[in-house]
Design a protein. Structure first.
Lengths: 430, 430
């Protein structure tokens, strides 16, 4: 055995603790695989005395994360602090600037500062690795950057947030509404006390920015992602979706179109038979459509100490083995600045749910507006009769440009007989 | 741009032609990703004049595959000839012996000579890469060798043969019997004129030997795999499976047990809700159960020019990027020689179908035999009454040691009222 790879870990929360436990459990096996032991030599965490389920007595403790970089007994820095800026950004810049490889699980950091950090890494000739930042234990970063690197990717999409998928799955299985299921998820620890980061789609968007950068060889553009969360998905929508042969999933989706890179995060109706529809509960799934490979589906746990630690240590093993693949699969200087396709130009099918007064002529008015905006109806469900009372109308459309759809919906919303803002959910043909 | 990676391709059949077309289509993009162009400089194929959908006029043609190794304009050899011995083995030995990296799609070659070739590669310090040998476009070799390398793998299993999965899917969807569906598959070109390599499980076993070697860091042991094909699966079994909540799939499965490495290829009843049950038609799927990552599912096309070329070129990109991971994820000298668990010691649940004469006492006789062999019945289906005529009886068992099961079946087969050999299909709890 040769010189060990000495690791400095910043942040000993769920993930950091998991990394220490993984290396304690599987270190010997990993050393055999890698031909080189992986040893945590130094850490930085708030409370040295906390029990992390693993012996931390022999470690060098630093009060400031950046001091890990200067530590001569640290060859590679693991940033497991979190946050798009502040300590995490300082540590990443310092580490790469000093020529020390960086492994991070921090999607927010990379979604926003990814291009800058990739350039720093390339300049220093050291790896910047982030398998744990997207879809936890699923080795999707490696798949896109290496395994599928021979393909021109047409589209990449996935269920990237376990909290949202758990809520949507529970809603479908129990018929309950969003608020009730969210409350239960919070009680069970599946959702945060302040859940907006997850349920408003921000977390999914961070991950999508990284997937898109890897798939299309461009700078991560978190700022250019159209983001909608799942707060407005109702039990009624889920019920209608089932009736129409769909499930509702929060997808992050990026595809290259004639108008540029389209990146969007929003609830989607996906066909029941699509592999992504079968990804349920807290699981994540990612599908890559490549020109030669066709569709490749990956599914696994998206979060948790074990899966995330598995991903962090996979990156460390790569570094120990001397791997030198650029962070986003192309040299940072070659990262494209793709034209961004605006959401208004999105071409797709739509599910629309209206609450209208049940009286003659309403459907004619709605149909006329849709015709004026060149929106073609594919199916329409109006169930039950309840004269002069509110009834839901559901319709699905053929392919329509989003700007036409939103124009039509604004006019429909203004109709007298329409009692609440129309609900629109995009349908994705997968 | 630096010096190109110069590739010599032996064999321009489906896969070889696909590699040439892929590099023609995506070469520029790949050069940008890799920082180094990938260029096919030389080939060896029977018929230089054949149209392969790509310009081959500038290539150096060799009459003998091994001459690619001596060609000074070849940096890496692609073995796409096929076959476990003969030309392919000669080429692999010569290339690695001469210190030229080898990329191959040849599962038979590696399942049998993998340990020897890995040792040659290590000795020369050059890569031996075979992503295309298992599950076509799915980057499962990379997942096991790198992405999931931090885990102790408990089990790896998959649907590894598209022909068998197509036949079983068709049988389930149409209710027709094996022979009819096989004939149709042959007419459509989904099955070979001599289909035994696929339907008798040999192809799956070759791939399983490689997956097990990667997952458990051992020498590939094709010779130690228990192999059964799908010839004996009937429409009736598929119908009973559906009734019991299962689908029948041909799985290759390897797991580490207290008695050693268990490797088996046979038709399995898998629960409807298991992700692998949803892998249908010609698709392949592979599931890895790791101690930290839990279950990771991969699904995609298992064969065809495009997916296989995608895998071959991914290996070439790795080599161009300077990757140096040992063939089976551990140095060849450290490949374990695992104890092999005999199939007789397999512990699992079973589906048994009998054809018996419908008369009093038959069930009592069958039950007594099972009791004597300590086989505990979980469920029993006896449908319809037809005194003194043949009727099927189906039963499923609780966990049973295979030796007990086969002992019981031998005695049951000998009962007067039992009209044909009992059919047994293992049930896999996934």
């Amino acid at each position: 055995m040769v010189r060990p790879l000495r690791i400095g870990v910043a942040g000993l929360g769920t993930v950091g603790g998991g990394v220490l436990r993984l290396l304690a459990a599987n270190g010997e096996r990993i050393a055999q695989r890698t031909g080189r032991p992986l040893v945590v030599t130094a850490v930085c965490a708030r409370d040295p005395s906390k029990d992390r389920g693993v012996d931390t007595s022999g470690l060098r403790w630093h009060g400031r994360a950046v001091d890990l970089v200067a530590d001569p007994e640290v060859d590679v820095v693991c940033e497991l602090i979190g946050g798009a800026d502040g300590l995490a950004l300082d540590l990443a810049r310092t580490s790469l600037g000093a020529g020390k490889p960086l492994v991070t699980a921090n999607k927010a950091l990379l979604a926003i500062h990814g291009a800058e950090l990739a350039a720093l890494a390339d300049r220093a000739g050291v790896p910047l690795a982030f398998e744990a930042a997207v879809a936890g234990g699923i080795p999707i970063v490696k798949s896109l950057r290496e395994g599928l690197a021979a393909n021109r990717v047409a589209r990449v999409y996935g269920i990237l947030n376990g909290t949202c998928n758990y809520i949507l799955t529970q809603m479908r299985e129990t018929g309950r509404d969003f608020t009730a299921v969210l409350g239960e998820a919070q009680a069970l620890g599946y959702a945060e006390a302040d859940p907006s980061f997850d349920i408003d789609g921000i977390d999914t968007a961070h991950k999508l920015a990284l997937l898109a950068a890897l798939a299309f060889g461009g700078r991560p553009r978190f700022d250019a992602i159209h983001v909608e969360g799942i707060r407005h998905v109702t039990a009624l929508d889920i019920q209608f979706a089932a009736e129409l042969g769909y499930r509702i999933k929060l997808l992050g989706l990026a595809r290259m179109t004639e108008l540029g890179l389209e990146q969007r995060v929003h609830p989607c109706m996906v066909p029941n038979a699509a592999p992504i529809a079968a990804v349920e509960g807290v699981f994540n799934g990612v599908v890559v459509d490549g020109d030669f490979v066709d569709s490749v589906v990956h599914e696994g746990r998206g979060a948790g100490a074990g899966p995330t630690a598995s991903a962090v240590v996979a990156d460390l093993i790569d570094i120990a083995r001397g791997s030198r693949v650029p962070a986003f699969g192309v040299p940072a200087t070659a990262l494209a600045d793709h034209r961004i396709a605006p959401i208004a130009s999105h071409l797709g099918c739509y599910y629309i749910r209206l609450l209208v007064v049940d009286r003659p002529g309403v459907l004619a008015d709605v149909s006329a507006v849709l015709r004026d905006h060149r929106v073609s109806i594919e199916a329409l469900i109006q169930r039950g009769r309840n004269p002069d009372q509110p009834v839901p109308i559901v319709l699905t459309t053929h392919e329509t440009v989003e700007a036409q759809m939103t124009g039509a919906l604004a006019r429909i919303a203004a109709l007298d007989a329409v009692l609440e803002p129309p609900r629109m959910i995009r349908i994705e043909k997968l």
